[in-house]
Unconditional design. Structure first.
Length: 425
């Protein structure tokens, strides 16, 4: 299988396809099974492409945003996206580049996760009209297979020799960590997904993260044995300028669903982008024209903070909608003025909550600095939480009337940049 490695923003050849040219310019292409053939396929007319996401958590996170933005661009440029939510594959969990097996989930939990993930996906791609995006669950076909039937139909099409060559498998074995037969079969199931989508919906392209390369190649090869000309494309693993994997904070993953991270907490994550990452993130995560991105990326000093606010507002608008983005921007502007003077509350809670006994952990979660009490506890015990500018390291701390500042306000902060003002009324 030919593999083309792509340097972000620098197409290797003159392209016929507008879609592929845009993806390359935006830095959304890392590897491609055959760049020239895919370019020709995309230029000949609309194609159907898919990206898959297992429902191993109740929300997708920022790490999933790159393939979703790729699907969004493909749709804007005339192609049809399919988003596969892995009701079947989530029962196993993708072992790619993991050091241990994922926890096993019950079908009921997977179904609940899919329901919340669906709401985020529906905002990112257009579901309307006959050419609208499709959301499908791979349990639709995977749950229909009987074990012996699956082995007979597909077992002979995969070799252990070939599967052992993929980095996702080699890395686990090189670390001398066990890889169960269950996990080893995961790449077979994902390959069957691609074949089923090709048969059912004439899908010819799979998009995934760079850690999905081996799984995608298996699907392309399986499809070709069945007479389908399929293509694979991966997006880069995006790291910050410091080399850290993007999408993690002290409070955990940066979730896309508002029940797990508030739109304002999401906005703050992007507003706190390091200076060196602003231009790259504007290319990847917004739909601003490249000329405007180049202008914003060239700003320096305090002016670059305006570019960060634009980045934060643009991404929040895509993920949570324009109204939530405007509200988050207003909250950000209200939170700091001049030398950082806090003006208006960015979160509100009933005053009666204090009489009922309000815990610090509950407040940290309510303002979006943690997705659960467990994450909030770790932040507090690590000395990362300030209450009215004083470090509080006792997770049992209760909030009382005496803690409130003037006008019944409470200042809560995590680190130097994440700050919120809670108003009680």
């Amino acid at each position: 299988m030919t593999s083309h490695m792509i340097e972000a923003g620098k197409p290797a050849t003159r392209l016929k396809s507008e879609a592929l040219a845009v993806l390359l310019e935006r830095g959304l292409v890392h590897q491609c099974t055959d760049l020239e053939t895919l370019d020709r396929t995309l230029s000949e007319g609309p194609v159907t492409a898919y990206a898959g996401f297992d429902a191993t958590a109740a929300s997708l996170h920022v790490g999933h945003l790159m393939p979703l933005m790729t699907m969004r661009w493909l749709q804007k440029l005339g192609h049809r996206p399919i988003v596969v939510l892995g009701g079947g594959t989530s029962l196993i969990g993708d072992p790619s580049f993991r050091k241990d097996a994922r926890p096993m989930l019950e079908e009921q939990q997977i179904a609940a996760n899919i329901a919340t993930i669906r709401r985020s996906v529906e905002r990112l791609v257009d579901m309307e009209g006959p050419d609208g995006a499709m959301l499908v669950d791979n349990a639709e076909w995977l749950n229909e297979f009987r074990f012996l039937e699956f082995l007979r139909d597909y077992g002979s099409r995969f070799t252990v020799n070939r599967m052992m060559t993929f980095d996702s498998v080699k890395s686990r074995l090189d670390a001398q960590m066990p890889l169960t037969v269950l996990e080893f079969c995961y790449m077979m199931l994902q390959a069957v997904d691609f074949l089923e989508l090709a048969r059912r919906h004439d899908c010819v392209l799979q998009v995934g993260g760079s850690d999905q390369w081996g799984n995608i190649v298996n699907g392309v090869e399986l499809g070709r044995r069945d007479g389908h000309k399929l293509h694979g494309l991966t997006v880069p693993l995006l790291t910050t300028a410091s080399g850290a994997k993007m999408g993690k904070t002290a409070a955990g993953a940066v979730w896309l669903h508002p029940e797990h991270l508030s739109p304002f907490g999401f906005w703050q994550f992007w507003r706190n982008t390091a200076d060196a990452d602003v231009g790259r993130f504007l290319r990847v995560f917004t739909e601003l024209p490249m000329s405007e991105i180049d202008r914003l990326a060239a700003l320096e000093g305090s002016e670059l903070n305006e570019a960060k606010k634009i980045l934060a507002t643009q991404v929040t608008s895509i993920v949570h909608g324009p109204e939530e983005a405007r509200a988050a921007l207003q909250q950000g502007d209200a939170l700091f003025s001049g030398e950082g003077e806090i003006l208006e509350p960015t979160h509100r809670m009933p005053l009666s909550a204090l009489a009922e006994g309000l815990g610090l952990l509950e407040v940290v979660v309510a303002v979006g600095f943690a997705a659960s009490n467990g994450e909030a506890r770790r932040l507090v015990e690590g000395g990362g939480v300030r209450l009215n500018n004083r470090i509080i390291d006792d997770p049992r701390r209760r909030i009382a009337i005496g803690d409130l500042q003037a006008n019944d306000r409470l200042s809560v902060s995590v680190g130097k940049r994440r700050k919120a003002l809670v108003g009680f009324e």
